[in-house]
Ligand binder design. Structure first.
Ligand code: NDP
Ligand code: HSE
Length: 432
């Protein structure tokens, strides 16, 4: 057995606790790789809090910098999601320490700087747990699918929102109650707005796009809409049409060598594989030029699945170190060949529109006229005799394929009609 790798952990919450537990269990597969670890330092926000794992005296502190500067720590494992995370990771790399993190926001936002730093210091920066929890999608894209040109990637990348949408579809409570359950289960971000707004999925998509398509860009470059506006009635309408609603993260090769990347709720056929990914589970459908379609699915959030990904990075690190290998992140550094994101206004798809209108003659005609003016053809119309608010009724329209730009213009014009009591809720539709 080789010498243990000294681990300094920043964060001992849902994921950090799972990592300590998994390292203690060290399954045979880890031992056979001669990887051995010792947790030498741990920093948390509140050292007085009761913990699910016991640590030796003197290991736990409230000071992340102490973890980074300890010479017995060779690998800093950042598992906080705290505002200081970027600074700690940068500091650790500058101090010549390897870093393993589950922090997608930091990798997506500051990847360029951090990968350069790691390369300069000949240390590693591994982040398997940052996307899709326990699914080894980063390793699969970087290694297993390296011989492919990736054509498209469709992902359910956020466990919390999938949990909410699944349970709303089963009628198991309202939005707020189900979100509270996801938080209690440890799936949600410290600020769950990052989950429900789509920002967490956009950060994950930025990371996957960087690997799959060599895009340079932060989550701010990705079109992003969350699930906050989805109502139980939308899920019901979708079901009547043979669809399910999922928050999808989509990246596809677009014209001019650019990549179309977007995160938003999507109606997908109820029988498709992604429509049947339930609760906190994630899935990624990748189409590669050589392998064709592959679907990766599994637990996308939660203590042990995420810890499994963190420990896989640690084992890779230990093995590389034992072999005397240098940093493994060259492929993450984008040079001149970095690809840009395309404007999604040019994308063509079908749309579901729900609008609350006064129940009187001529309303449908006016809406149809606006759509026709934008060259948008209606596939079906559904108007239920539901008197919701003072005589207003929901009108549902499904269109044939239309361009996003035209649809945005039509939505603006429909929202301005005097008989529209509540503006358009637009859900994009995607055949998979
Ligand atoms: P938790 O909120 O459960 O734990 C956060 C930990 O960070 C706690 O131990 C907390 O200390 C510690 N912490 C917070 N601020 C500081 C600080 N200033 N100094 C030192 N320690 C601090 O978060 P998770 O474990 O759920 O998530 C951790 C990271 O993993 C995040 O980046 C998240 O996005 C990512 N992730 C989480 C997944 C999940 O399913 N939960 C899945 C994939 C990635 P204390 O215990 O004292 O409060
Ligand atoms: N909050 C994240 C989610 C954790 O729900 O998917 C996993 O990255």
């Amino acid at each position: 057995m080789s010498a243990s790798l000294g681990i300094g952990l920043i964060g001992l919450g849902t994921v950090g606790t799972g990592v300590v537990q998994l390292l203690r269990e060290a399954p045979a597969a880890v031992r056979r790789r001669k990887a051995s670890f010792e947790v030498r330092r741990v920093a948390v926000r509140d050292p007085a809090k009761a913990r699910d794992v016991q640590l030796a005296a003197g290991v736990l502190s409230g000071d992340a910098e102490q973890v980074i500067s300890d010479p017995a720590v060779q690998v800093v494992v950042e598992l906080t999601g705290a505002p200081g995370a970027f600074g700690w990771i940068r500091q650790a790399l500058q101090a010549g320490k390897h870093v393993v993190t589950a922090n997608k926001a930091v990798i997506a936002e500051h990847g360029d700087e951090l990968f350069d730093l790691a390369a300069e210091g000949d240390v590693d920066l591994l982040f398997e747990a940052s996307v899709a929890g326990g699914i080894p999608i980063i390793r699969s894209l970087r290694n297993g699918l390296v011989a492919n040109h990736v054509e498209s990637l469709y992902g359910i990348l956020n466990g919390t929102t999938n949990y909410i949408l699944t349970r709303m579809a089963r009628g198991e409570g309202d939005y707020a109650g189900i979100l509270a359950q996801a938080q209690a289960a440890g799936y949600a971000e410290p600020d769950p707005a990052a989950d429900v707004s789509g920002a967490d999925a956009a950060a994950k998509l930025a990371i996957l796009s960087r690997i799959a398509f060599h895009t340079r860009g932060t989550p701010a470059d990705i079109y992003c809409e969350g699930i906050e506006g989805i109502e139980a009635s939308d899920i019901e309408f979708a079901r009547e049409l043979g669809f399910a609603i999922k928050l999808l993260a989509i990246a596809r090769q677009a014209s001019g060598g650019r990549v179309e990347a977007r995160v938003h709720p999507v109606m997908i056929p109820a029988e498709s594989q992604l429509a049947n990914i339930q609760d906190e589970f994630n899935a990624i459908e990748v189409v590669g030029s050589a392998v064709g379609t592959q679907v990766f699915s599994g637990a996308g959030a939660g203590r042990m699945p995420t810890a499994s990904a963190v420990v896989s990075d640690l084992v890779e690190l230990a093995e590389r170190r034992r072999r005397g290998a240098s940093t493994s992140i060259e492929d993450m550094i984008l040079g001149e060949e970095a690809v840009g994101f395309a404007d999604i206004c040019g994308v063509e798809m079908r749309y579901f529109l729900r609008v609350l209108v006064e129940d009187r003659p001529g309303v449908l005609e006016q809406i149809a006229r606006i759509l026709a003016r934008e060259g948008i053809s209606i596939a079906s119309v559904l108007q239920k005799e539901r008197d919701l608010e003072g005589g207003a009724v929901p009108l549902v329209i499904v269109t044939h394929e239309a361009r996003e730009r035209a649809m945005q213009q039509a939505v603006g014009a429909i929202d301005a009609l005097p008989m529209v009591t509540r503006g358009v809720r637009l859900i994009r539709m995607q055949e998979l």
